[in-house]
Design a binder for this molecule. Structure first.
Ligand code: BG6
Length: 474
C-alpha cells in the first residue's frame, strides 16, 4: 500500500490569506482586501452588500494576513524542514498589475514572487502556483464590472503571459482559478463579481463564468506556446453529493447538485459545454454571449490535470424545509452518519475516496489534491506548543482513503497539499481561530499577537509521513 514514487507532498496557501502587506511595494487594492471580519463578511462575500473600499472601525483581516510577505523565508524553511516536495501558493494579481489594466507590470511584485520561487528552489520544493485565488483588482471591478466584462480576458491574458515568461524554468505547475465553482455561491469573494439591482443573477454569473473559462483556456494556450512542459490545472471545490434517501427524487437532486459543480471541469477538461447545461440555459432563457472562436479555443486548450479541494461530502434532499435550515453554502443538509468539525463541516474520509473515484472516472486525467484539512481551535501552552491529535487523526484518515483510491481503485493522483500548513486567515469567516496548520502563528481574530511561529505536534507527524512517502501514518 504505497504512494507513487515522486508523489508531491506539501501544503497550500493563498496570497490574500497569508501575505498581508496589502498596500506595500505598489500593490493595488483587490476585492479580497475589502471583505471585512464580522457579521457583514458573508453579505459582502456573496455580493449582497456592495462596498467601495474600507469602512471605519471595521477590521479587514487580509490587510495583515500572517505577514508572509515579510516572513516568507522563515516559513519556507519550516516547510522544508517538514520535507515538503511542493508548496502551493497564489499570486496577488494586484501586486503584478496594481489596477489590472496597465500595460507594464510592477517589477516589485514580480520580484517578490521570484524570491519565493528561488527560496523553494533552494530546498528542491516544486512550486504549485494558483494564478488567481479569489482575487481581482478593485479597479477592474469598479471600472469594467469585473468578469461580467469580456475585457477581463485581455487583462488576465496579460497577467498570465507576464507570469509564464518571467517564471519560465522556475514554475512548472499552474492552476488558473481557485475553486472556480465558488463564484456561484460567493460571487464577490470568489471572483470579485458584484451583483446590482435589476441584474438577472444567473445570466450575469454564467456570462462571467464563460469569460473565466475562456481566460483559463487562453492561459493553457499561452503556456504551451511559451514552454510545452508547463502543466496547467483547473481547480474545483469538490466533495460528492449523496441523496438523503433512496427516493429517486433525492437521487436526482444529488445528481443536479454535482452537475452544477462538474459543469466547470466538464468544460475545462473535455473542452466543450455539456449538453445538460446547454439545455438548461435554453430552458431558462439564459443568453450567454459567446464569440466566434470560443468553441475552438475551449476544444483545443483543455487542462493537463484536475486539481481540487476536499473538505467534506454533501447531502441533497428535495425536502424544502430541511433545505432551508441547512445554512451552508451548497444548500446541503446534514448527514446523520457523520461527525462534524467545530464549524459544522462534516468529516467524511470515505467520501474523499468516493470523490477521487468520481473525478477520475469522469475525466481520466491525473488528479492533484490541492486542499484538505481540519479547521479547529487550538489550545497552545505558554510556549505556543499545540498537541493537535485531532488534526493528525483527520489527516491520517483522509490520507488512508487516498491511499486506497490509488492502490485499490487505480486512481492516478500526483500529489497532495494540505490546506494552510501554517495557520492563516479563514476565507469563509475571516477568523484566525479556525486553524489548519502544522505551524502555529501567534495572532488572534483581530490581528493582535507576536506573529511568532511554532511547530505543532502535527508538524513532526507530517514530516514522518513525507519521509516514508506515506507508509508510516502512525
Ligand atoms: C477553500 C479555499 O474554500 O477552503 C481556501 O480555497 C479556504 O481559500 C479553504 O481557506 C478553507 O476554508 P475556510 O473558510 O475554513 O478558510
Amino acid at each position: 500500500m504505497k504512494f507513487p514514487k515522486g508523489f508531491l507532498w506539501g501544503g497550500a496557501t493563498a496570497a490574500n490569506q497569508c501575505e498581508g502587506a496589502y498596500n506595500v511595494d505598489g500593490r493595488g487594492l483587490a476585492n479580497v482586501d475589502v471583505i471585512p471580519y464580522g457579521e457583514d463578511r458573508w453579505k459582502v462575500a456573496t455580493g449582497k452588500k456592495i462596498v467601495e473600499g474600507f469602512e471605519e472601525n471595521v477590521y479587514y483581516p487580509a490587510q495583515e494576513g500572517i505577514r508572509f510577505y515579510e516572513n516568507y523565508q522563515e516559513d519556507i524553511a519550516l516547510f522544508a524542514k517538514m520535507g515538503f516536495k511542493t508548496f502551493r501558493m497564489s499570486i496577488a494579481w494586484s501586486r503584478i498589475y496594481p489596477k489590472g489594466d496597465e500595460h507594464q507590470p510592477n517589477e516589485k511584485g514580480l520580484q517578490f514572487y521570484e524570491n519565493i520561487f528561488r527560496e523553494c528552489q533552494k530546498y528542491n520544493i516544486e512550486p504549485l502556483v494558483t494564478i488567481t485565488h479569489f482575487d481581482c483588482p478593485m479597479h477592474l471591478i469598479k471600472e469594467y464590472g469585473g468578469w461580467r466584462n469580456r475585457k477581463l480576458i485581455t487583462f488576465y491574458e496579460r497577467l498570465v503571459r507576464t507570469l509564464f515568461t518571467r517564471f519560465d524554468g522556475l514554475v512548472k505547475y499552474w492552476l488558473t482559478f481557485n475553486e472556480i465553482n465558488i463564484i456561484l455561491h460567493a460571487p464577490f469573494m470568489g471572483a470579485g463579481l458584484e451583483l446590482h439591482e435589476g441584474d438577472d443573477e444567473k445570466s450575469v454569473k454564467y456570462q462571467a463564468i464563460h469569460h473565466e473559462l475562456i481566460a483559463s483556456a487562453t492561459a493553457s494556450k499561452i503556456a504551451k506556446e511559451i514552454n510545452p512542459d508547463i502543466k496547467i490545472g483547473c481547480m474545483l471545490a469538490a466533495g460528492s453529493t449523496y441523496p438523503l434517501t433512496s427516493n429517486p427524487k433525492d437521487v436526482w437532486e444529488a445528481k443536479q447538485m454535482d452537475r452544477q459543480n462538474y459543469f466547470f471541469i466538464d468544460v475545462q477538461s473535455r473542452g466543450y459545454y455539456p449538453s445538460y447545461a446547454l439545455k438548461e440555459f435554453d430552458r431558462e432563457g439564459l443568453s450567454i454571449v459567446m464569440e466566434e472562436g470560443d468553441e475552438k479555443l475551449l476544444k483545443e486548450n483543455t487542462v493537463d490535470f484536475i486539481s481540487f479541494s476536499y473538505y467534506m461530502s454533501k447531502v441533497a434532499t428535495t425536502d424544502k424545509e430541511l433545505k432551508k435550515s441547512s445554512g451552508n453554502m451548497f444548500n446541503a443538509v446534514k448527514n446523520p452518519y457523520l461527525e462534524e468539525s467545530e464549524w459544522g463541516w462534516q468529516i467524511d474520509p470515505l467520501g474523499f475516496r468516493i470523490t477521487l473515484n468520481e473525478l477520475y472516472d469522469r475525466y481520466q486525467k491525473p488528479l492533484f489534491v490541492v486542499e484538505n484539512g481540519l479547521g479547529a481551535i487550538d489550545h497552545p501552552d505558554e510556549n505556543f506548543y499545540v498537541e493537535d491529535d485531532y488534526r493528525i487523526n483527520y489527516l491520517r484518515d483522509h490520507i488512508e482513503a487516498m491511499r486506497d483510491a490509488i492502490n485499490i481503485d487505480g486512481v492516478d493522483v500526483i500529489g497532495y497539499t494540505t490546506w494552510g500548513p501554517i495557520d492563516l486567515v479563514s476565507a469563509s469567516t475571516g477568523e484566525m481561530s479556525k486553524r489548519y496548520g502544522f505551524i502555529y502563528v501567534d495572532r488572534d481574530d483581530q490581528g493582535r499577537g507576536t506573529y511568532q511561529r511554532k511547530a505543532k505536534k502535527s508538524f513532526y507527524w507530517y514530516k514522518k509521513v513525507i519521509e516514508t512517502n506515506g507508509e508510516d501514518l502512525s
